[in-house]
Structure formats: C-alpha cells, structure tokens
Design a protein around this ligand. Structure first.
Ligand code: PEP
Ligand code: MG
Length: 362
C-alpha cells in the first residue's frame, strides 16, 4: 500500500515521495507525455530523404499488444516479432491454436503492412525452464534458437504451422505475414529449417487448412559466419535482417550482457560496420532486400551511415521511430553514401561515434 515514484528512464525509485516531490513528478510526467505526443505526430509521415529515397521504418514487438503503440509512433510494419515472449512466464509451451490467435491478432492490427514473425529464439540469455535446455558452459555459443528448434519438432512444428496459417485470416483475407529464422550460421541449417517449413505446409495442405502458400522467408544475419557465406544464403531467402546485438557480441567475442567488455560489445566497432556493409552488398547482388532489427537500427546517430550502407529497412523499438525518421529526412542519399564511406575508413568505435556526432553540429 505504499506509494512510490519511478523514473523508468533514469532507473530511479522514490519510496513515499512527499507532496513537493509528487508535484514535481507530475509536472515531469505531463511534459514527457506532451513530448511523446509531438513525437508521435512527427513520426507519421514516411521516411524519405531530401532527394526522394524512401527507407522503410518498422517496429520490433514482443506481442500483439505492442502493435497499437508501434503504429502510433509511425511504424510502417513490424520488422521483428520476438515470439519468445509468448513462451515465457508459463508452465508449458503455447499450443498451435494459442500461437495462431496471437499471430492473427497482430496481423489484423498491422493491416496491409508487413508482419515479420521470427521463430523461437530461446537459449542464450533467454532460458525457459520447461524446455529442458540444460546447463551449458557457454550458452550463447550453445543450443540456442534455430539450433534448438531443428531438433525439437514438438516445439518447432506447431509454431511453423501457426505462422503459415496466420498468413490467411479466418475470413480468408490474405495477410502480409513473413517468417524469419534466427541464428542461421550456415546454408545447411537454413535448408533444414526450410525443409521443416515445407513439412508443415504439406501437413496443412493434407489437412485442408488454409495457409499462405507463398510466404516470404528471411533470416537474421547475426552469426558472423552468415556474413562470410551471405552470397550463398541470399540465393535461398527473400530477405535478410541484421541483428546487430548478437552480431556484435559474436564478431567481437564480447558478451552483450557483460559490462566489463561493453567497450568491445559496441555496434559502432569498425569490424561490425564492415560486416553490415558486406551483408548489404551480398543481399543486393542477389536481388533481395536487407534490413536491420538490432539496437543500432534505432540509434538516430547511425541513421545516415545505415542509409549510406544501403539498408532498405530499419526495425526498432517504437519510441525510437520519430527521431530516426527525422534523421532520414535531413539527408540526401549521396550525402549518406559519402558519410558511410568516411565512417568505414575510421579505426575505432570512438572515432565513428565522434564523426557521426559532429555531423549534426556542422
Ligand atoms: C539481435 O541479435 O540483434 C536481435 C535483434 O535479436 P535479439 O536481440 O532478440 O537476440
Ligand atoms: Mg539476436
């Protein structure tokens, strides 16, 4: 029954604030809400550079409840639906029917825009007690995401079936649902995942259940080996989406959750940016689109660089959308390309950050 005040941005909490503090907090809250409303209004227009080049700006979501706020901030679709949240805080995995209901609800709210559903990414920093993942010495290098799903059809098949079925609504309306596999590190892993997807489709066909026959299939680019063989992978998918959170930790060999190596686990590291460039080149050479759904995508400081590297889509946490769209509107594509060229010649994350920060003040 105690009253507390929380500042979620600062990570601060006040037990039993007094009247003067309360008045102060209420004023700050009102100012914050007014700021958010202004940002949301500014976020609605498309992200088009001064010379008319459009880049798609989408949102990362954890469930259907996130779609409304994402659209309010100006999302043009969902670039990453992290389905693991549907599997958390419960004693057993959600059934195909439960998942189908959640995916359909999200798809309805997203409307004609794309909804990219990522298949289950558990393990690593996301253990689930009922899945018997076991203790591992190096969970981030272990039995995680697609590596787990490929040998657990009891978990994977219901999800694949639910995603395929969500491509068609109950009334027969076709939805723009796309599927994305996490942690793909080699072409044979992708083929194994696609084979299971094909098996799920065969089952649905045999059962006479409607589903999207032509669903687009993409992969996350978040294991460095995927960049090395991006030309091979690009032949077999419809799109790439770069997960800079994992790509950074794996290429820098620096745990994304360990503060002691945070300087290395930095997406502005030149090694990470070169992989982003290489993935974009490989995608475009194969004629597929490439997006980014790691945290770097939502950092407006990085927007000119990512535009210049040729990314076609950026997907981020919804409140970041207005600032990223504003950054796109300030640029021409040529300027962005020049910036990307200059950044790729720099030799440290600090130099990259410094260069990009100075752009705004010139
Ligand atoms: C990423 O690794 O960048 C990513 C978007 O996936 P997650 O953060 O869910 O691992
Ligand atoms: Mg990841």
């Amino acid at each position: 029954g105690q009253r507390v005040a929380v500042d979620g941005d600062a990570g601060a909490l006040w037990p039993q604030p007094d009247e003067a503090q309360l008045a102060d907090f209420n004023a700050r809250r009102a100012a914050w809400l007014a700021d958010q409303r202004r940002a949301q209004a500014a976020g609605q227009a498309a992200a088009v550079t001064r010379d008319g080049h459009a880049i798609e700006i989408a949102a990362n979501i954890g469930g259907p409840h996130d779609v409304g706020p994402a659209l309010a901030y100006g999302a043009e679709g969902v670039g990453l639906f992290r389905t693991e949240f549907l599997f958390m805080d419960r004693p057993a995995a959600p059934s195909e029917a439960e998942q189908l209901a959640a995916y359909r609800q999200a798809a309805r709210l997203v409307g004609d825009r794309p909804l990219i559903i990522r298949t289950l990414d558990v393990g690593g920093d996301k253990p689930l007690p009922y899945l018997d993942l076991g203790q591992e010495a190096n969970p981030f290098l272990g039995w995680r995401a697609i590596r787990f799903c490929l040998v657990r059809p009891d978990i994977f098949m219901p999800q694949l079936r639910a995603i395929l079925r969500a491509g068609v609504d109950e009334d027969g309306t076709r939805r723009n649902v796309q599927i994305m596999f996490p942690m793909i590190g080699a072409p044979d892993e992708l083929r194994a995942a696609r084979a299971m997807l094909e098996r799920a489709a065969d089952e649905l066909r045999a059962e006479g259940l409607p589903f999207a026959e032509d669903m687009a299939v993409g992969i996350m680019i978040e294991v460095p080996s995927a960049v090395a063989v991006a030309d091979l992978l690009a032949r077999e998918v419809d799109f790439f989406s770069i997960g800079t959170n994992d790509l950074t930790q794996y290429v820098m060999a620096a745990d994304r959750g360990n503060a002691r190596v945070a300087g290395l686990a930095d997406a502005f590291q030149p090694a990470v940016l070169r992989l982003v460039r290489d993935a974009a080149v490989a995608a475009h050479a194969a004629g597929i689109w490439i997006g980014m759904c790691g945290e770097l995508a939502g950092n407006p400081l990085a927007t000119p660089l990512l535009l210049g590297l040729g990314l076609d889509e950026l997907s981020m946490s919804a409140p970041a959308i207005p600032a990223v769209k504003a950054a796109v509107r300030e640029m021409t594509l040529d300027e962005a390309r020049r910036i990307a060229g200059a950044v790729l010649a720099l030799d440290s994350a600090e130099a990259v950050r410094g260069y990009l920060s100075r752009l705004g003040s010139e």
